[in-house]
Design a binder for this molecule. Structure first.
Ligand code: ACM
Ligand code: ZN
Length: 536
């Protein structure tokens, strides 16, 4: 049975309200078994400023049922909840969170956190605080193992503090994948030691298109920024403490103008180029005929693999025009040598070579669905955003793994008139026609946030929230436990917590426009959304 007075997002699998309540006060201690130590420290750091709780390590048998204690335990008592699931039991006087693995325990702590008063999030000392908690039992585990959010920092660099804030909020929502889009036409945002020019030149542009994709207007102010490898390490550590995997994306062979402005010799024509101030698809892309392009890409990927613990590397591959390859002697020679009939096959040639390279380093390749073709090798994760449904089904049936990011349903960068909250909430990532035996090939859901029109934090939060909250429930909660009305009620409370965490969100009257206002919503995708969130 689910209880709407217990307000948790994403909705847990099973929640049983029991009689009575617990009053959490300063007499409580946190006990942990050996494996749960790290989670114990984390919980203490959440609670300590408000409640001066001690941590005590105990053997599992002693830890349970101790008077006035929050017991964090990793053991195999509830095997069926898997590595990400947990059981939370609040009884008078003891509170138990039990999981098989640290990830699960961490998720249990996030659920517990949502039962605590909002003031906890301020990390201020709250004198004589007594926290009333309902007695209950929650059993919980995710529907999908991939619950992602993508941030494009190429179009607008946001910086470490915003990324950390987003990681904190992701943890609260049990979103476990952060896909970091670090390069694109309009900016190269990651230090590569072998090619310092990439950030010296490629991380700066002189101005920025404003007003929307068909607008001729420019903001003539330079935009720049990048992460040093030390910054990246700091953010990786921050994400790891929150059990969030970071998937880095180096987009290629298209969306590469920042790299080509730095090294024009990697293009078909030789340039020269500038880092573009405008958005949309650019004709100039990496030349597939020149060997030095492969050397360049591999040298970059070597540093990426070294830096990121992720064994999955995203190589983009979206929106690659072939017109330059048609007129390039090197590309044409490559086609003849490899018996390729169409320019489009050059992209597959490129992807397969990069995949082989990544495989040889023990990594798996991920790419946008435009890398798909009959000749593409199988060991790949495809991120679906748009395209032929039949092709997607065929590839799912062939065993390819997919992350679903259908652009009209989970892209966070559009106006609410095109992508209202209810549309995101109702998104079902498993295609209706897909037979059950292939369902496991859908790894989960990921919501991208492209930042062409997002130059500051207030705009960012307006676009992302509350929609990312709906993505989280969609990706975690069982289908049978989803309910839009209940979600919206729980959202009121969640939004308050978000504000206490220094975040913000679009206002509730903006997020679900009446049907007639969404009828022509498609036309808003060419225009710059202007909404801003209040941040506290
Ligand atoms: C994309 O939206 N170009 C993947
Ligand atoms: Zn070429």
């Amino acid at each position: 049975m689910l209880n709407d007075d217990i307000s948790i997002i994403p909705q847990p699998v099973r929640c049983l309200r029991k009689k009575g309540e617990v009053i959490l006060d300063e007499d409580y201690i946190i006990t942990v078994n050996e494996k749960a130590k790290r989670c114990g420290e984390y919980l203490a750091s959440l609670l300590r400023p408000s409640l001066k709780l001690k941590i005590q390590e105990t053997s599992p048998s002693k830890a349970v049922n101790q008077e006035k204690s929050i017991n964090l335990l990793i053991n195999d008592r509830y095997n069926h909840v898997g590595r990400e699931g947990y059981v939370l039991d609040i009884s008078d006087p003891s509170i138990n969170v039990v999981a098989n693995e640290e990830e699960g325990l961490f998720h249990g702590i996030q659920t517990f956190r949502q039962l605590l008063p909002l003031e906890i999030e301020t990390r201020k000392i709250l004198e004589n605080l007594k926290i009333h908690l309902p007695c209950l039992e929650i059993e919980d585990y995710p529907r999908f193992k991939w619950r992602g959010f993508m941030l494009d920092e190429a179009r607008h660099f946001q910086g470490k503090e915003i990324v950390k804030k987003l990681l904190d909020i992701k943890a609260l929502l049990k979103l476990n994948v952060f896909h970091w889009h670090l390069t694109d036409d309009q900016g190269w945002r990651i230090e590569i030691k072998r090619y310092p020019e990439l950030t010296k030149i490629g991380s700066k542009r002189k101005g920025t298109q404003v007003g929307g994709f068909i607008s001729k207007k420019r903001k003539n102010v330079s935009h720049e920024g990048f992460y040093t490898q030390e910054d990246i390490k700091e953010i990786i550590a921050y994400a790891q403490e929150r059990f969030i995997k970071i998937i880095p994306e180096i987009d290629m062979p298209g969306h590469c103008m920042a790299a080509l402005a730095t090294f024009p010799e990697l293009s078909c024509s030789g340039g020269p180029f500038e880092v573009p101030q405008t958005f949309g698809i650019k004709k100039d892309v990496l030349c597939i005929g020149k060997e030095k392009v492969f050397q360049f890409v591999q040298n970059i990927l070597e540093e990426i693999i070294e830096l990121f613990p992720s064994k999955i590397i995203h190589i983009g591959g979206d929106e690659v025009p072939t017109s330059r390859w048609k007129n390039c002697p090197d590309c044409q020679k490559r086609m003849i040598e490899n018996n390729l009939k169409k320019e489009k096959q050059l992209q597959t040639y490129f992807s397969n070579r990069i995949m082989d390279f990544l495989n040889s380093k023990g990594c798996k390749t991920m790419g946008w669905n435009q890398i798909l073709s009959k000749e593409l090798k199988n060991n790949v994760i495809i991120q679906y955003w748009m395209g032929n449904k039949k092709t997607i089904l065929e590839n799912l049936r062939k065993g390819k793994k997919f992350v679903m990011s259908k652009f009209g349903s989970v892209y966070l960068d559009y106006n609410y008139k095109f992508t209202p909250l209810r549309k995101i909430y109702k998104y079902e990532p498993i295609p209706k026609k897909l037979e059950k035996s292939y369902h496991e090939n859908v790894l989960g859901i990921e919501a991208p946030l492209w930042t062409e029109w997002i130059s500051n934090e207030r705009r960012l939060f307006w676009q992302a929230f509350p929609r990312l909250t709906a993505v989280a429930e969609n990706a975690w909660s069982l289908k049978r436990n989803k309910n839009l009305e209940s979600f919206k009620m729980r959202l009121e409370k969640f939004n308050q917590r978000l504000r206490f965490l220094g975040g913000g969100h679009a206002r509730m009257h903006e997020v679900d426009p009446p049907f007639f206002k969404t009828l022509f919503g498609i036309f808003t995708i060419f225009k710059e959304p202007k909404g801003v969130a209040d941040l506290f």
